[in-house]
Design a protein around this ligand. Structure first.
Ligand SMILES: [Fe+2]
Length: 305
């Protein structure tokens, strides 16, 4: 600290909760984005081992959800995967359930592994979960999960909790029933989107937006690439999380971060990071981003614009 800042004048400003704009220790604006979040990868195989181990260590009653949060490895962060979103691997053991609740944060999940008998109840509708399904729970929807199969089910949760925390508009309520909400409806639901159906047949390169305008803060895209195909994305203000639905995919982020991902693996690509995505085999990717949020706020922008 500069010596003059220790004068009684500046001490008095501090006591009055003022900070002199002409003597700030760090700038509050900069010429272009300086993301604090980093590119990072999480592996499904490692998560599965750890979740399986939790089954003998942590009784279900002690967990609102049996999940492992993908914490971006930057200093001071204990929760978020990217600036506005959090992702987590979750499992539900055979016979186990995750009690119904609702929150002002928006949530969705990509099913990795589940046998018939695994379902989510959204506002009383039973939604059966199969691998490759995306299941939506828009803000303030009641939702709980159950697994009546003989095998543990795994999926990836995505939520906008870091953004809602930032706004401080957080509400959470446990369902009064205490367990999973009773089922009132069965059959097809717009809250279940199977990736294969959304992409259609074939193996050609394709990007499809799903659940468009359903959730105001989160954008969902399915990306299909045949073996040997690749795509590039320039730096932009959008923060993305990608999960591999099928195939093997290499990510090169800003020419330095280079990782190859298998099904179920996840990569965070924070804002202002360019990327090249190469399909090492026929591949489908699921991209979860804050694009709708930034677009609505007039903050969506790419390098060179
Ligand atoms: Fe939830």
């Amino acid at each position: 600290m500069n010596h003059y800042l220790q004068s009684p004048y500046y001490s008095e400003l501090g006591r009055l909760s003022f900070s002199p704009g002409w003597a700030r220790p760090e700038p509050s604006m900069w010429p272009e984005p300086q993301p604090k979040f980093r590119p990072a990868v999480w592996r499904f195989a490692a998560a599965k081992r750890a979740l399986d181990a939790s089954q003998s260590m942590v009784p279900a009653e002690q967990t609102e959800r049996r999940n492992l949060i993908m914490v971006n490895p930057i200093e001071g962060n204990t929760y978020a995967t990217t600036r506005h979103l959090v992702a987590a691997y979750q499992c539900v053991m055979p016979g186990e359930s995750a009690r119904s609740h609702r929150h002002s944060a928006t949530a969705l999940r990509l099913v990795l592994s589940a046998k018939s008998g695994t379902y989510t109840v959204v506002n009383g509708s039973r939604i059966d979960m199969s691998p490759g399904d995306v299941v939506l729970t828009p803000a303030w929807s009641w939702h709980g999960h159950a697994n009546e199969s003989d095998t543990t089910s795994y999926w990836i949760d995505f939520l906008d909790i870091p953004f809602v925390q930032l706004t401080e508009a957080m509400f959470f309520e446990a369902h009064p029933i205490g367990g999973v909400e009773p089922i009132k409806f069965t059959g097809s639901s717009p809250m279940r989107i199977p990736c294969g159906e959304a992409l259609g047949p074939g193996r050609d390169a394709k990007i499809v937006e799903i659940a468009k305008d359903v959730m105001p803060t989160i954008g969902l895209h399915l990306i299909r690439q045949p073996e040997g195909g690749s795509l590039k994305a320039p730096r932009s203000t959008i923060n993305s999380i990608y999960a591999v639905v099928s195939g093997k995919v290499r990510f090169i982020v800003e020419d330095s971060f280079d990782e190859t991902l298998d099904p179920g693996d996840v990569i965070a690509v924070p804002c202002w990071h360019s990327r090249k995505i190469e399909a090492r085999s026929d591949a489908v990717l699921f991209r979860v981003s804050d694009e709708p949020l930034l677009r609505k706020l007039g903050l969506k922008r790419s390098a060179g614009q």
